[in-house]
Design a protein. Structure first.
Length: 280
């Protein structure tokens, strides 16, 4: 790409990995209503045999009660999670389920709540920081990640390799009611909290690109200028890169006024993974 500087870590202001990454070695999900294990497996996208194996003493015929916490993932260093191919033409091997959190809301059907371990750890780290910074703040609503084995995920073009996630914007006035997403406007977009979350994600060093509407990006700039130098600002925001020097991380993409689409880097050393840095 002539005329651009592709960001290669480490970059001043955007560390390769700042440290303090939350390691995800095991994940538990909570039963939300009376059900049989078979029904829960269908909703969670995990086979009954896998759930039984991860929860000794549990039978595939057991009735499950609300509040029960079931293990849905146990790290196996000999069989790591891996992304294969490009985000729009690949798959995911041994996808990791996103952990529950006090400020994170996932959909009732969690078949699309899996990602690479590399991505899930970065998300967990940023969500944990948000929860500590804003203990009384609004919840973060999660959309699609990938299926456990990746592959085509309608209606998305991408979301196939465990490196993409849709995150709803934090709003000042939440009027969604029964709607999961709500279109953000400058009057309802909580720029302070959204910038904090985005900054925490990027500080993990694992974010490749964030797609969101340029109108909302402009609301973030006053808060971003408090934390970044002018050059760092251009490395983060395409709309702040007047000289077109960088392939900036935060880029405009139409249709992203109710959520941002975050794409993560390939795992270090994974030669089967392809970046496709700009394609949505």
């Amino acid at each position: 790409m002539r005329g651009f500087t592709r960001l290669e870590f480490p970059v001043e202001g955007i560390p390769e990995e700042e440290g303090g990454i939350v390691e995800v070695d095991e994940v538990y999900w909570t039963v939300d209503r009376p059900t049989m294990l078979s029904g829960l497996s269908n909703r969670w996208g995990i086979s009954t045999s896998t759930v039984v194996k991860l929860n000794p003493g549990l039978s595939s015929l057991d009735a499950l009660e609300p509040g029960m916490r079931l293990k849905v993932y146990d790290d196996d260093p000999t069989a790591p999670s891996q992304s294969y191919g490009a985000p729009n033409a690949g798959r995911l091997k041994r996808g990791v389920p996103l952990p529950e959190g006090p400020h994170v809301r996932m959909r009732e059907y969690r078949t699309r709540s899996f990602g690479s371990k590399y991505m899930v750890e970065a998300l967990t780290t940023a969500f944990d920081a948000y929860s500590k910074a804003f203990p009384d703040g609004p919840e973060i609503r999660l959309g699609d990640l990938s299926m456990r084995g990746g592959g085509r995920l309608s209606p998305h073009v991408s979301h196939r390799t465990g490196r993409d996630v849709d995150i709803g914007f934090v709003l000042r006035e939440d009027k969604r009611k029964d709607r999961y997403w709500e279109r953000a406007r400058p009057t309802t977009f909580d720029a302070e909290k959204n910038w904090f979350l985005i900054h925490e994600l990027i500080k993990t060093g694992r974010v490749q690109t964030i797609f969101m509407g340029s109108r909302l990006q402009r609301e973030l700039l006053p808060y971003a200028r408090r934390d970044l130098t002018p050059d760092e600002l251009a490395q983060y925001f395409a709309i702040a890169d007047k000289g077109h020097r960088y392939i900036s991380i935060i880029r405009h993409w139409r249709g992203h006024m109710d959520h941002m689409h975050v794409r993560f880097h390939c795992e270090p050393g994974n030669r089967q993974c392809r970046s496709n840095s700009i394609e949505r």
